[in-house]
Design a protein around this ligand. Structure first.
Ligand SMILES: Nc1ncnc2c1ncn2[C@@H]1O[C@H](COP(=O)(O)OP(=O)(O)O)[C@@H](O)[C@H]1O
Ligand SMILES: [Mg+2]
Length: 290
């Protein structure tokens, strides 16, 4: 596809989005690429897309995660906060299959036991993860990075002939708009700002249409303006995807959060609205009052 066509596609998407922009709970933006669940794939009939119960893991006798129980509703945007070493990144390692817990249950929907799947399988099931450091292909353009994100092990054969079908082109244009990079489609990724690289990487995840997105400290190192735009971005994803966001920036958490979970010493210390957990003496002691 030529850049012109691509831009036209992005423009069409932008117009469509504007037309369907209503004041929904999720921030009003409609995005057709993200469906929280496809019937028969992830069973969320019990109201949970992710469910952990009594999960523990030790490293050399040190309990990094200790009887942790947590669940997330379909379409929810959950923020996870807590002091350094609380186990936030390890929690994401467990969900994505990078680390195996010593005990406990981890379910995706009510039927998929994630402990029976390895890392690539879990990604295929629809759990996308954004690490703290952006890992885009610096020498490739924004467009090429997003295109490349479609190349899954399953799809390699098809993508060798490297023409996006029209659904994929539409998706790409839509993702470009969502991540605020429609005007930078031909820019080399290495020339983007730190914040833009982070958005591009989120866009690469979105190309895979994940049901659950795990984001570890996504606004670290961003300018205030980039942080605000990232908050908008996340609010637009909520409802279409489920999100788990680890972040220390309380202003950001305040803007995006419904329910906040406070982790400490590998367990849930408190959970509630940000106001509720900020008023909790135990939370002030271990985290906020530092
Ligand atoms: N692979 C590992 N091997 C040994 N210790 C680890 C490993 N991963 C994490 N830890 C330890 O587990 C604890 C929790 O770490 P982490 O999950 O990174 O915390 P957070 O992300 O909340 O800052 C820390 O004490 C850390 O040193
Ligand atoms: Mg961490």
């Amino acid at each position: 596809m030529t850049p012109d066509l691509l831009k036209q596609g992005a423009q069409r998407v932008a117009e469509r989005l504007e037309k369907t922009n209503t004041d929904t709970e999720s921030g009003g933006r409609e995005a057709s690429y993200g469906r929280v669940s496809t019937p028969g794939e992830v069973d969320v009939s019990h109201g949970r897309i992710l469910y952990l119960e009594d999960v523990s893991v030790s490293f050399d006798g040190f309990k990094a995660i200790n009887k942790l129980s947590l669940d997330i509703a379909p379409g929810e945007l959950r923020c996870i906060i807590g002091p350094n070493g609380a186990g936030k990144t390890t929690l994401m390692d467990i969900i994505t299959g990078k680390t195996r817990p010593d005990e406990g249950q981890v379910f995706f929907g009510s039927t998929i036991d994630l402990l029976r799947h390895n890392e690539p399988e879990i990604a295929q099931l629809g759990i996308g993860r954004k690490f703290q450091k952006p890992t885009v292909f610096e020498h490739l353009s924004v467009f090429e990075n997003l295109e490349l994100a479609l190349k899954t092990p399953k799809g390699v054969k098809a993508s060798m002939f490297s023409k996006l079908d029209s659904a994929q082109s539409d998706r790409l244009a839509e993702v470009l708009h969502t991540i605020h990079l429609a005007d930078s489609v031909l820019a080399q990724a290495g020339n983007l700002s730190h914040g833009q690289k982070q958005w591009l990487e989120i866009g690469m995840l979105l190309m895979q249409d994940p049901k659950l997105l795990l984001l570890d400290e996504p606004v670290a190192g961003m300018t205030d303006h980039e942080t605000e735009r990232t908050a908008e971005l996340f609010l637009s994803l909520k409802g279409k995807h489920s999100l788990m966001v680890v972040e220390h920036d309380m202003g950001f958490v305040k803007t995006i959060s419904d329910i906040v979970t406070v982790l400490c010493d590998g367990s849930v210390l408190a959970q509630g609205t940000l106001d509720q957990v900020q008023a909790d003496e135990r939370v002030i002691e271990v985290y906020l009052g530092r």
